[in-house]
Design a protein. Structure first.
Length: 101
């Protein structure tokens, strides 16, 4: 199992609309690529939330090949859609992990 983790700090002024968009539009669209089985949304605790909350979205892929397919064929479009909608009101970084037990 591969986990594609996207950690995002969202500006306070958009957090509610962004979270609704994430759950209602973005995550279903990512899952519909067929590359991931499901996603989990987490909110980070014990971090500086003065500018807004920080979330981690963990997309679960059954193989590295499916993850690679997403990166090669879908990720640029998904990132651009996020920037088109929210501009500079968020920052994100990504990591990839493998489940070992």
């Amino acid at each position: 199992m591969i986990i594609y983790n996207v950690t995002i700090k969202v500006h306070e002024s958009i957090k509610d609309k962004w979270l609704a968009w994430l759950n209602e539009e973005h995550i279903p669209e990512v899952i519909n690529t067929g590359c991931f089985t499901h996603a989990v949304v987490l909110q980070l605790l014990e971090v500086d939330n003065s500018e807004g909350p920080t979330y981690a979205i963990q997309y679960h892929a059954e193989s590295k090949g499916l993850y690679n397919n997403y990166i090669e064929n879908h990720s640029a479009r998904m990132r651009q859609k996020s920037f088109d909608k929210w501009g500079d009101q968020f920052i994100a970084f990504r990591s990839v992990m493998q489940v070992v037990n």
